[in-house]
Design a binder for this molecule. Structure first.
Ligand SMILES: Nc1ncnc2c1ncn2[C@@H]1O[C@H](COP(=O)(O)OP(=O)(O)OP(=O)(O)O)[C@@H](O)[C@H]1O
Ligand SMILES: [Mg+2]
Length: 472
């Protein structure tokens, strides 16, 4: 039986600090790109479906490419060396920030082919993960080479943390940067109002979010250290991922070059593979939920719709642009909805807009999803297009990820041919862009600013909802 769930709205604006919840995804113009978009020799002239904004975007990308083409050679797409001007994406944009001169900021397919094995590699830079000690001490854990079960010590309370600015807000939650009073380290705490969770019928999803997050341990998934509650709110203590949302980087870049999109897509693929092996469907893939760590690797956050589903489920939930047709049609669905969403994500990274976006109304988006017609801009690499056609297909007997070999079919697709999966899993491949953050000092400069919460946290007193969240 279909269950009435909750649909989120996709964010549209990049830096206003407020979310435009009424508009669909749309291309943004007038930005300074930290990653220079690749520009195909065939330009937007033949892509007639683009909006005015994306035409402006093409013009801007083309001028960026001209500008970049004078820079020294750093990278080329080995799959199709003639597809892009040689330097179209190899040079970071001129920027007032000195950090952008770092070679780590250079998106490069070479990173995928020739992973770093120097002492610059992630593992050698990695410091021990540190857990916010509930009992006053500093709890250091050696970073395991392979995922191990996480041990959380003690029970946290609000008094363990100094709450700082808001990092993000969503449909249900507000996420704060906090500093542990015990070890002085910075964490992110997601705060959910119990009354709101109950009103929006999200009690089960919220309990699932906590349970799923506690269960998972993977290099590309957020770490949850503990949870607690007071009479009004639920709190989830996570690692603070300093580099900001992939959403912000994408909007600033307008669209990603083929190898850059491939890098992020490959990390997401590994995370989905891991989740699906545990029978967990994620159900909310989108750039807003993908964070960049200080080295530029992805961390998937927001397990608000993640659920253990061994076979089939019916709940209508997700974000309109990313919904698979079987979800829109209120049919039973399985893990393969995440592979559809991966297709939408890759499309959005390569194009700067989602394939079924249409003028603003979710209903139009749903109609388009059910019609299933996707216009592929000519600058999309043929291998990428082939993969997208095999992910964004309503036919479940053909959708990659849902076939006999499961996620291996996705990983073995020609678009991912140069990805060395084992090294990627170990973060032994340099990311195409390293966020300009000063690690360990609570540098939240990569996050948009939001109006702060006015209601005080930590209230005691009557709590009509506490029993609904027994594990927090
Ligand atoms: N661990 C973290 N470190 C840094 N920022 C975070 C972290 N977790 C979440 N955020 C920020 O907070 C935002 C909102 O968090 P989250 O997505 O979990 O809430 P939500 O209410 O489910 O959101 P939405 O309705 O947009 O899906 C994220 O988009 C991200 O910008
Ligand atoms: Mg979210």
């Amino acid at each position: 039986m279909p269950t009435l769930g909750f649909l989120k709205k996709k964010r549209t604006k990049d830096s206003s600090g407020s979310r435009d919840l009424d508009s669909p995804t749309s291309p943004i113009r007038d930005t300074t790109s930290p990653i220079t978009p690749a520009v195909s020799k065939t330009t937007s002239a033949s892509f007639t479906q683009q909006s005015k904004a994306s035409t402006a975007h093409e013009a801007s990308a083309a001028s960026q490419s001209t500008q970049a083409s004078t820079a020294p050679s750093k990278a080329a797409d080995s799959m199709n060396p003639t597809a892009y001007p040689q330097q179209a994406y190899a040079t970071p944009q001129a920027s007032p920030e000195p950090y952008q001169q770092s070679s780590h900021n250079v998106p490069s397919i070479q990173n995928l082919i020739h992973p770093s094995n120097s002492n610059q590699s992630y593992q050698n830079q990695q410091r021990p993960a540190q857990q916010p000690a509930a009992n006053g001490g500093l709890v250091a854990q050696a970073q395991p080479a392979q995922p191990q079960a996480r041990v959380t010590k003690g029970k946290y309370t609000l008094t363990d943390f100094a709450i700082q600015r808001t990092l993000g807000t969503g449909s249900f939650g507000r996420v704060h940067l906090v500093q542990s009073k015990h070890n002085q380290r910075f964490y992110a705490v997601k705060v959910l109002k119990k009354a709101q969770v109950v009103k929006m019928k999200q009690v089960e999803h919220t309990n699932d979010e906590r349970r799923m997050l506690q269960q998972v341990k993977h290099p590309f998934l957020i770490t949850l250290w503990g949870t607690f509650q007071d009479s009004k709110n639920l709190y989830m203590v996570m690692d603070f991922v300093e580099g900001g949302e992939l959403f912000s980087l994408l909007r600033k870049s307008q669209r990603f070059p083929n190898p850059v999109a491939k890098f992020y897509a490959a990390e997401v693929t590994l995370a989905l593979d891991y989740l699906h092996q545990q029978n967990i469907i994620y159900r909310d893939l989108k750039p807003e939920n993908l964070l960049l760590d200080r080295h530029g690797h992805l961390k998937i956050t927001d397990f608000g719709f993640a659920k253990e589903v061994p076979d089939i489920t019916w709940t209508l939930c997700g974000t309109p642009d990313y919904l698979a047709p079987e979800v829109v049609a209120s049919k039973g669905y399985n893990k393969s909805v995440d592979w559809w969403s991966l297709g939408i994500l890759i499309f959005e990274m390569l194009c700067g807009f989602t394939p079924f976006w249409d003028g603003g109304s979710p209903m139009k988006i749903y109609e388009n999803i059910l019609k299933g017609r996707v216009k592929y801009p000519p600058y999309i690499h043929p291998d990428a297009q082939d993969l997208l056609q095999k992910l964004i297909t309503p036919d479940l007997t053909k959708r990659l990820g849902n076939l006999h070999a499961g996620s291996k079919d996705v990983m073995n697709h020609p678009w991912f041919a140069e990805v060395t999966w084992e090294r990627l899993q170990k973060k032994d491949i340099d990311a195409p862009y390293v966020p300009p953050v000063r690690a360990g000092v609570g540098d939240a400069s990569q996050f948009d600013k939001y109006p702060e919460e006015t209601e005080a946290y930590g209230q005691t007193g009557e709590d009509p909802h506490g029993h609904l969240f027994p594990d927090f």
